[in-house]
Design a protein around this ligand. Structure first.
Ligand SMILES: [Zn+2]
Length: 360
């Protein structure tokens, strides 16, 4: 046994020597450099992060522009000033092993700014750029060393930098498919005066928003999927006059319109199952409660059809039967949901959603 260990030690020593000689070489590999240069953070406890959308949080804050996010950047990093950035996870699931990528104006390539070992669901945290006080050498996405010492005293002006994330886990890969969508998401209280004569909930609660944040991810995941895109281009789709069938070209254009929808102002309805039109997108309690276990496309896709300008004569809202078969965006969406349920494919599900009491 002892002999084997000694052998292992010699091998280890030899490989360390090889590594050292490698990193002195200009052709040093990406993997070694990555381990050397990328700072790691965790935002997974009360000590290192705060929670957004926690019960009792001020509704005005939860529905404010500061909480607006791009669905394609569910981990949102934004500059607070030249020295400080805020990292926030807008998904109701913990996310592990992601690199935050900084695109700095004037720096020729995108930098792996740091690695997040774990960020818990809806966590946010402000941090200082590490190059202000620590190592100024970073790795870009191609594995080449970049020196940021030019920024180590003045920082980076907030309008000179944008951020994104990348990672290799199944969850991160799924969340990255959402970058196909241009949607900005913000939550909204559509009934500020608590008017009893409308179909909006008097308030939108933290629990509503937490669940909505998962629903919109899964809906985006459906719409961004190849299966949906292919299905959409094949589906028998009828225009607002209730008769004219869309051509392939028109369906392609409409799919692009769906993908490129810029803004969704998300709220909670009462009395009805959903409301949609323009950027307004509302769903009821039973949708927020059930979307992880039931097919909800007949409501969510229906309302999205309204957001794209379609009325109830088009099957971009209610299905229309053609030769006994229901056609339209709602049955298509429900077919995809059924398939994704059976494959456990959704990015957000009952297992990774962080607050099981939300789903009761
Ligand atoms: Zn409708």
């Amino acid at each position: 046994m002892k002999y084997i260990y000694t052998c292992k030690n010699i091998l280890l020593l030899m490989s360390m020597l090889i590594l050292i000689s490698c990193s002195n070489d200009d052709n040093s590999s990406e993997a070694e450099n990555t381990e050397f240069a990328v700072r790691e953070y965790s935002f997974d406890t009360d000590a290192n992060s705060k929670l957004m959308f926690r019960d009792g949080e001020d509704q005005e804050l939860m529905t404010s522009e500061t909480r607006r996010y791009e669905i394609g950047k569910i981990i949102r990093v934004k500059p607070i000033d030249a020295f400080t950035i805020e990292v926030a996870n807008f998904a109701p699931v913990d996310i592990e092993n992601v690199f935050i990528i900084a695109d700095i104006e004037g720096v020729g390539s995108k930098i792996k700014l740091f690695k997040i070992n774990k960020i818990r669901a809806h966590a946010k945290q402000e941090i200082k750029y590490s190059f202000l006080s620590e190592e100024t050498q970073f790795i870009n996405v191609n594995g080449v060393m970049v020196d940021l010492s030019d920024y180590s005293t003045e920082g980076i002006l907030a309008d000179k930098v944008t951020f994104d994330f990348m990672g290799e886990s199944e969850l991160v890969k799924k969340l990255k498919t959402l970058s196909k969508l241009k949607w900005d998401i913000r939550y909204h209280d559509f009934d500020e005066n608590n008017n009893p004569d409308n179909n909006w909930s008097d308030d939108i609660s933290a629990k509503d928003i937490r669940r909505f944040s998962g629903m919109i991810i899964n809906l985006g995941y459906i719409f961004a999927s190849e299966a949906f895109e292919e299905g959409f281009l094949k589906e028998h789709l009828i225009k607002n006059d209730g008769a004219i069938v869309m051509t392939s070209e028109e369906k392609k254009e409409l799919y692009q319109k769906l993908i490129n929808k810029e803004f969704l102002k998300c709220g909670k309805v009462v009395n009805v199952s959903g409301l949609g039109g323009g950027s307004t997108f509302g769903v009821a309690e039973h949708i927020l409660r059930d979307y992880l276990t039931k097919k909800t496309g007949h409501i969510t896709a229906h309302e999205f059809g309204h957001c794209l300008g379609y009325n109830h004569s088009s099957n971009m809202t209610y299905p229309i039967k053609v030769e006994g078969i229901k056609t339209g965006i709602a049955p298509l969406t429900n077919r995809i949901i059924e398939d994704m349920f059976s494959k456990k494919a959704f990015p957000v599900d009952g297992d990774n959603y962080y607050k099981s009491t939300d789903l009761e």
